[in-house]
Design a protein around this ligand. Structure first.
Ligand code: FES
Length: 93
């Protein structure tokens, strides 16, 4: 099981390894939903710790973040494109 902390909500929850993050964020916090296909920035978040425990960015994610002018950093992610591989992750949005 992976452990997710949402710093700005002071919420921590567990979720299975190798699983999409967004459904768990939405069911455990006030995190907004959105297009879920990586074409908006509705689900943009900043990974504070544990970015190496996530999948590599998808091409849709890279393109959308670049179009929004956000830095191409492992810490800037679109939650709908994130798969949590393992371990502990801390994020804020
Ligand atoms: S919900 Fe639209 S990019 Fe993630």
């Amino acid at each position: 099981m992976a452990k997710i902390t949402i710093k700005n909500e002071n919420v921590t929850f567990e979720m299975p390894d190798n699983t999409r993050l967004l459904p768990y964020l939405m069911s455990n916090s006030a995190f907004p939903g959105g297009c879920e296909d990586g074409s908006s920035t509705m689900c943009a978040c900043v990974i504070l710790h544990g970015e190496d425990n996530l999948n590599a960015k998808t091409q849709a994610e890279i393109t959308t973040l670049a179009n929004a002018g956000l830095p191409n950093s492992k810490k800037n992610r679109l939650a709908c494109q994130v798969i949590v591989l393992k371990g502990e992750i801390e994020l804020e949005y």
